[in-house]
Design a protein around this ligand. Structure first.
Ligand code: 13P
Ligand code: SF4
Length: 375
């Protein structure tokens, strides 16, 4: 794994003075929300450390006609103060269709490498896509190789093969369609329909496949599916979500009567069985915004809870079990500043590979459109 970026000294010297009234005006109003989400950030730290970077990033975005797309796992100073679009992996992929993103010359992907590759695949060729780290890995994306996909295809001729968006372009180039945590069930149903089959292959996350299988079984048993669909998969897993256990959820409930527990579908099945709701990162945010529970715990990456706490004064987020993704956490406010100043860590995909990586993304969009029309 490569190291996260280091900031060149001369760039740090170019940061604005924290006492500049323009810096204070542009950043001070965020402090209460940021402090609620992370009480370790003091006002002094906010003023002297975060505020100059945030102000400089806001200025650089204007000067360079840049936008920032941030995943829900970014820290609140990124999602609240500098990002133009914050969302789950499907929403960030679709962000390239937005007018403000289309008009930008530079798109900074405050995510990990596979998500930046999605943005590169969807963006105009003349737009620069930057990832503010030289690393940005992911245990799921690294759990499957093109050779694995070729073996799976050879062993299952004629079956639809779909890859989770948490894969790299060399793997995507070999599959029929992509899917994300927010559309896995719909994509399985549509693939079974389009291929006229009762078996679909969804790689590489064994837990997401298992949880998708459970939802499909529930739909079938409720008479909502024409056929029983079997999901075949690969032994990949997310190093963050696989750490959660049934006991974690039970302990949280015992210690916090009335708590609402949400789990990402990359968690093991037993965690979802004990939880109140499961969905993509954005689906979890929508759930709490609609239901407005007083006390919430999230079986997912820590910043998801911080972002909900920052945006919702009236909610208590119990973070005792939260797990950090080391790859997402390589993206920092300094790294975004450095990426914008130096226009570096550009994501490039060669012509033929780009075309091959676009095909399953387009297939996903078409299958989703068919599914929406049918329901
Ligand atoms: P979503 O935001 O699409 O739910 O993905 C979660 C994740 O693990 C990203 O790395
Ligand atoms: Fe990959 Fe899991 Fe980190 Fe998401 S949270 S980037 S799936 S390791």
């Amino acid at each position: 794994m490569s190291k996260a970026v280091s900031i060149e000294k001369n760039n740090i010297n170019e940061l604005p003075d924290p006492n500049d009234p323009a810096v204070i005006e542009a950043t001070e109003h965020y402090f209460d929300d940021i402090h609620r989400a992370n009480p370790n950030i003091t006002r002094e730290q906010w003023r002297n450390y975060y505020a100059p970077y945030i102000y400089a990033i806001q200025q650089l975005k204007k000067e360079k006609n840049a936008v920032i797309l941030a995943h829900n796992y970014m820290i609140p100073p990124i999602t609240m103060c500098v990002s133009d679009v914050t969302g789950d992996s499907l929403e960030l992929g679709r962000a390239t269709e937005r007018e403000d993103v289309q008009k930008a010359d530079i798109i900074v992907s405050a995510t990990v490498r596979f998500m930046a590759q999605t943005t590169r695949t969807m963006a105009r060729p003349d737009q620069k896509v930057l990832l503010p780290t030289t690393g940005g890995g992911c245990s799921l994306a690294e759990s499957i190789t093109p050779e694995d996909v070729l073996k799976i295809k050879a062993a299952n001729p004629g079956l639809p093969v779909m890859a989770y968006a948490n894969t790299y372009v060399d793997v995507r180039a070999l599959v029929d369609a992509l899917f994300t945590s927010s559309n896995a069930v719909d994509m399985a149903i549509q693939a079974a329909e389009d291929w006229n089959t009762d078996k679909v292959i969804m790689v590489p996350d064994k837990y997401l496949a298992e949880n998708t299988q459970d939802r499909l079984n529930e739909l079938y048993e409720a008479g909502k599916l024409k056929r029983k669909i079997e999901v075949l998969t690969h032994p990949g897993s997310c190093e963050v979500h696989e750490r959660y256990s049934r006991e974690d959820v039970q302990e949280l409930r015992a210690m916090n009567p009335g708590i609402v527990i949400l789990a990402h579908p990359e968690c093991p099945r037993e965690v979802l069985e004990e939880s109140d709701f499961s969905g993509s990162t954005s689906a979890m945010i929508k759930y709490v915004e609609d239901q407005r529970p007083e006390k919430v715990a999230l079986m997912t990456e820590c910043s998801q809870g911080s972002n909900i706490a920052a945006a919702n004064k009236d909610m208590t987020i119990v973070s005792s079990t939260c797990q950090m993704c080391p790859h997402m956490k390589e993206v920092t406010i300094e790294g975004i500043y450095d990426a914008l100043v130096n226009e570096r860590q550009e994501i490039t995909i060669e012509g033929d590979e780009l075309h091959k990586a676009l095909t399953p993304l387009t297939a996903m969009q078409e299958m989703m459109a068919k599914r929406a029309a049918a329901s």
